[in-house]
Design a protein around this ligand. Structure first.
Ligand SMILES: Cc1cc2nc3c(=O)[nH]c(=O)nc-3n(C[C@H](O)[C@H](O)[C@H](O)COP(=O)(O)OP(=O)(O)OC[C@H]3O[C@@H](n4cnc5c(N)ncnc54)[C@H](O)[C@@H]3O)c2cc1C
Length: 379
């Protein structure tokens, strides 16, 4: 029997491998990955400094240990370059052709690049995997001033983490307050205040422009004619599912690879899971959806078709100086009602006209109220 082939060794690929091991899987399993195949927990990359760790300490198991523990073949440093879905086979970057019985694309997402003008632009770093963090860590060793472009969820987590080191941290971006696409203004301002107290400086409501090298470090020109100087520039302006392989192979895509609720793509026996997938119209680049998906997909691949059902999934934002938990409102019709203090912690309830809880945000010491708010939430 041809194998089940999983492409990608991120949390999606490896979670599926674990789930398949928990079931009786008649087909052999092969996992192919473009990286080194180390098993690590990606969300911890934005807490490495405050945990006083290093990138390599994040590795929980090598690819060979994963292969041994899961009775799977794992092929590392190898990219899948094309799919021939009618013939159930794929081609690797070394020219080898591999047949599959069922194929799972768990190819993740890539950071969005700003591509600003200036001779320093190519030195701007972004972090979306362990290898990126290794490079960042090396450059950070010589950096006293770090500029973070992008005050979104990931940018704020990295800024928060860097504030635990003795470095000056400047956050830049057009957003009016931190994480403004996800959290309401009073909570964004509470985080900003807590991080300012730790030394963060801000250029919000203002996009960055050219990035040029100077004697030591870089000059970042802002659109309001201010200049920020930094030794290291980190860009965190979002991620986008990498769709090249899927598009070339004729799979239907939108923000991600389109799947139904069984994670089945538009081609027979081809599935998608994790950051690369758009499941029933939702591309959710978080851990909980991929864990739920991996469990259901393992059942499906072993002959017990199981659709994915997502429960309400609150997102924890690891800004430890003022942590946040948000369950985004499921409707736009309603109003935010806040209690608590921006200094210690706040509760924001999003209430419908009928005063029903349609979403919430908790910050600081009020994050402990999560279970209570989840009990109140009945969409
Ligand atoms: C700093 C940071 C903090 C985060 N914090 C949180 C958090 O607190 N909570 C939360 O829920 N989520 C968080 N996330 C998001 C979460 O980590 C991701 O949703 C999840 O790790 C995505 O896993 P994935 O396996 O889908 O993708 P990836 O981890 O991107 O893995 C993709 C894999 O595919 C391989 N690959 C890609 N293309 C090919 C190809 N053509 N051939 C072979 N291999 C290929 C890659 O090498 C890689 O192994 C965070 C993300 C970051 C960056």
């Amino acid at each position: 029997m041809n194998p089940i082939i999983i492409v990608g060794s991120g949390l999606a690929g490896y979670s599926l491998l674990r789930e398949l091991k928990n079931r009786t899987c008649p087909a052999p399993i092969t996992l192919i990955t473009a990286d080194g195949g180390e098993s690590y927990y990606k969300p911890k990359l934005s807490t490495v400094q405050s945990q006083q760790k290093s990138a390599l300490k994040m590795v929980m198991a090598s690819a060979s240990k994963m292969a041994q523990d899961h009775h799977a073949e794992i092929i590392t440093h190898t990219r899948v370059v094309s799919l021939d879905t009618p013939n159930h086979q794929l081609t690797l970057d070394n020219g080898e052709i591999r047949p599959y019985h069922q194929l799972v694309l768990a190819t993740g997402a890539s950071p969005t690049r700003l591509n600003p003008p200036g001779d320093g632009a190519k030195d701007v770093l972004s972090i979306n995997n362990l290898a990126d963090y290794v490079v960042f860590e090396q450059k950070l060793a010589d950096a006293k001033r770090v500029a973070v472009i992008g005050p979104g969820l990931i940018g704020m987590e990295f800024a928060n983490d860097l504030l635990h080191t003795n470095r000056s941290v400047t956050v830049i971006g057009p957003n009016p307050w931190p994480i403004s696409t996800l959290i309401p203004q009073p909570i964004g301002e509470a985080v900003q205040k807590a991080m300012s107290a730790q030394g963060a400086t801000w250029h919000l409501g203002c996009a960055s422009g050219a990035i040029d090298k100077q004697d030591s470090g870089y000059r970042i020109a802002l659109e309001n004619d201010t200049v920020v100087e930094a030794d290291l520039v980190l860009s965190a302006v979002g991620i986008r599912a990498d769709l090249q392989l899927a598009v070339q192979s004729g799979l239907k895509t939108n923000r991600g690879i389109l799947t139904d609720s069984y994670l089945q793509t538009s081609a027979p026996d081809v599935y998608a899971l994790g950051d690369c997938a758009e499941v029933d119209g939702r591309n959710l680049p978080f851990v909980q959806p991929l864990l739920i998906g991996a469990r259901a997909l393992a059942a499906t691949l072993t002959g017990h078709p199981q659709a994915v059902h997502y429960p309400p999934m609150p997102v924890a934002i690891k800004t430890s100086l003022h942590p946040i938990i948000i369950l985004p409102p499921h409707t736009k019709e309603g109003r935010w009602v806040f209690t608590g203090s921006p200094d210690t912690g706040m509760v924001g309830r999003f209430l419908t006209e009928a005063d029903k809880l349609a979403g919430f945000v908790l910050s600081g010491n009020q994050t402990a109220e999560k279970n209570k708010l989840m009990d109140e939430y009945h969409p």
